[in-house]
Design a protein around this ligand. Sequence first.
Ligand SMILES: *Cc1c(COP(=O)(O)O)cnc(C)c1O
Length: 415
Amino acid sequence: MPRALTLAAIEAMDAADPLGPIRERFTLPEGIVYLDGNSLGPASPAVFGELEKTARDEWGEGLIRSWNTAGWFDLPITLGDRIGRLIGAEPGQTVVCDTTSINIYKAVHAAMGLRPERPVIVAEASSFPTDLYMAEGVLSTRTGTRMLLEGVDAPAIEDLIDERTAVVLVNHVNYKSGELRDLAVLTRRAHEAGALVVWDICHSAGALPVELDRANVDFAVGCTYKYLNGGPGSPAFIYVARRHQAEALQPLSGWWGHARPFAFEPHFHGDAGIRKFQCGTQPVLSLRALQAALDAWEGVEMTAVREKSLALTDLFIRLVEARCGGVGLTLESPRERARRGSQVSFAHPHAYEVMQALIERGVIGDFRAPSTMRFGFTPLYLSYRDVWYAVEVLEEVLRTEAWREERFAVRAAVT
Ligand SMILES: *Cc1c(COP(=O)(O)O)cnc(C)c1O
């Protein structure tokens, strides 16, 4: 990074950015700096065309025939394999279906079933809450089981893993602080104790290199509407290592996971492969939107994404600290590159109001209670100049205390 952070130096970084031209693949409104792609990725012109074609031609004209003629039935599998390339998974181990929450339930339940003598789920108190809620749902079906939490039962998750642990349910990147865990090291630690791992990669899939196969991960789940830009509510994915697929029980044993769904047999016989982890009919329009969104990754290497992501987050931290001193901000994300995901969080006593004032000025991040402002950095469509501009606006909002206007304190349902 250049020593003097002048605007000219930052524009030179954009000129030398190999991912710069990829921005063309996205539709971003004029005057917006979008720092919330870690919550909902933007649309692309390719998605609009694909949705139109699917609705008019495949649904409108093809009707029921399109399940076969347009390949609808196989979409969860074909898209799963395309996501596999981005998360280090060989084909046949990833399927796009349901929600992350539902897939957490399936994965944790299946893992518990593979370790029937072991009563404990180890997780993090700082986890994205739905992971814990779903784990509680699994526990409610199995008497004598319980959950131990990092941050409650011990300071470090490693200290909770022992011969009673069936499964370690853990987030690769923390949704709030952006802290990145070492996926390979923690997986090895769990395996040494005879436990299985379920990784939640919602904040790393499409954000940085993930090596599920290489790290010998057992199960993983993730979103497609964040860094993969699949659109609001686009279905999630679940990865089940090939070695577990035959034996692992799918607790939500719906007909789409059956070995012969159209034989309409009275009992469940799960497919031998990854198809078993689907439940029922999947949302074809959303799957098609995701398919078009994944085209944006053509020719993009995750190592290049990571390099730019770190440069963007380094620049943001450095500019904020240089320009916004003494106005109540505290860095909540790791300064150390190896421990940082693709977002930067700052705490502020009036984080909600400050974020509303930023959004009104076209700099869109988000707020997580009680006092966190999150800024997501997505290398496919953000420039270094965007970072510069965002900090200019943040400095102005904080210095002038523009956030004190009453309307900024009115809380919306989704923050
Ligand atoms: C976004 C997110 C989820 C969301 O789950 P849904 O079921 O898709 O609503 C789950 N876990 C993490 C870590 C997330 O960031």
